[in-house]
Design a protein around this ligand. Structure first.
Ligand SMILES: Nc1nc2c(ncn2[C@@H]2O[C@H](COP(=O)(O)OP(=O)(O)OP(=O)(O)O)[C@@H](O)[C@H]2O)c(=O)[nH]1
Ligand SMILES: [Mg+2]
Length: 303
């Protein structure tokens, strides 16, 4: 059944917030999308793609699982990274269950050990999802599972491939079994807390991540200034903020070529998502060193 079918919630309904936790690039957002069967969160090959936590609300007659996709955990805690760390902490604080995601083709690293140390201080059950098994050599998987089992009392360990959507049902079953009894927090047909406006801004940022290089993705932010749903058309104006004049030139590109590509790719995704024609206008603006200034970060909504 689909979540929009009407149903009567079970008497022993379970619900709760489940955080997807892990280093950057391990596949948290890919997993959220695989679970929801929707492209909710943007996914790119570059680390630190996700900046704000978004919810994926998975409702079935037995339970409502509210997944939180959050930024990856990084050591540096300055500027924009301080905001990312706060987003991680806020999600952790509100989680009933934590799913720690690691990569199957790498042995546990120092950075994971630091995460485990943090988790040892918490009371919530922790489930380990070993992701990207499609990329790992099979014989390495069992020793890796053993290694993690010895490091931490995981409630369950589930190998998955978020990209190939394998193992995801098994993970869902483990998560559902760890949920407390609880009410339906959101209407059954609501799948996220993110607005269309925010998601369209993310689609622009996704293209910046995919099409530009070096520091550009990390010093760019997209703010949707206008989102007008007219009869047959959605009119969207977004500002792309960068840190320096030089960055502005790169994002615009020769003869405006780069900005045109970013815009037309993002617009196509928006049209598929909104099911309507989109008129998209992008403007590139400079805010000197915004990723390093507390005041400017606040002005841009990174609080
Ligand atoms: N081979 C393989 N690649 C995967 C899998 N899951 C995710 N990826 C890839 O890993 C990269 C990062 O995926 P994301 O979902 O953006 O990772 P994330 O953990 O959300 O990253 P941040 O938001 O930067 O913290 C992308 O190129 C994905 O396509 C998987 O199961 N197998
Ligand atoms: Mg992500």
């Amino acid at each position: 059944m689909t979540p929009t079918d009407s149903f009567t919630p079970a008497e022993d309904f379970h619900s709760g917030y489940v955080m997807l936790l892990g280093r950057p690039n391990v596949g948290k957002s890919t997993l959220l999308n695989a679970i929801m069967n929707e492209e909710l969160a943007i996914v790119t090959p570059k680390p630190q793609t996700t900046r704000r936590r978004i919810l994926g609300i998975y409702t079935r007659p037995q339970h409502q699982i509210i997944f939180m996709d959050a930024p990856g955990v990084v050591k540096d805690k300055r500027g924009l990274n301080a905001f990312l760390a706060r987003e991680v902490q806020r999600a952790m604080d509100s989680a009933d269950v934590i799913v720690l995601i690691v990569e199957a083709f790498e042995p546990a690293k120092q950075s994971e050990e630091l995460l485990l140390e943090r988790l040892r201080k918490l009371k919530q059950p922790v489930i380990l999802a070993i992701n990207k098994v499609d990329k790992a050599a099979k014989p390495t998987l069992l020793p890796l599972i053993d290694d993690y089992r010895q490091r931490f009392p995981f409630r369950a360990i589930v190998p998955i491939s978020a990209r190939k959507k394998s193992g995801v049902d098994g993970l869902l079953a483990e998560v559902a079994a760890a949920l407390p009894l609880g009410p339906m927090f959101f209407p059954p047909d609501q799948i996220t807390d993110a607005t269309e406006r925010f998601l369209c801004g993310e689609m622009v940022r996704e293209q910046i991540f995919l099409l530009t290089r070096q520091e550009i993705p990390y010093c760019s932010a997209v703010l949707v200034e206008e989102f007008k749903d007219e009869d047959k058309l959605v009119r969207i104006h977004a500002d792309v903020w960068v840190e320096r004049e030089g960055h502005k030139g790169i994002v615009i590109g020769q003869g405006g070529e780069m900005l045109k590509r970013i815009g037309s790719n993002a617009r196509r995704k928006m049209e598929a998502f909104l099911g309507k024609q989109v008129y998209l206008e992008l403007q590139v603006k400079v805010k000197e060193n915004w990723t390093r200034s507390e005041g400017k970060l606040r002005q841009m909504g990174f609080e």
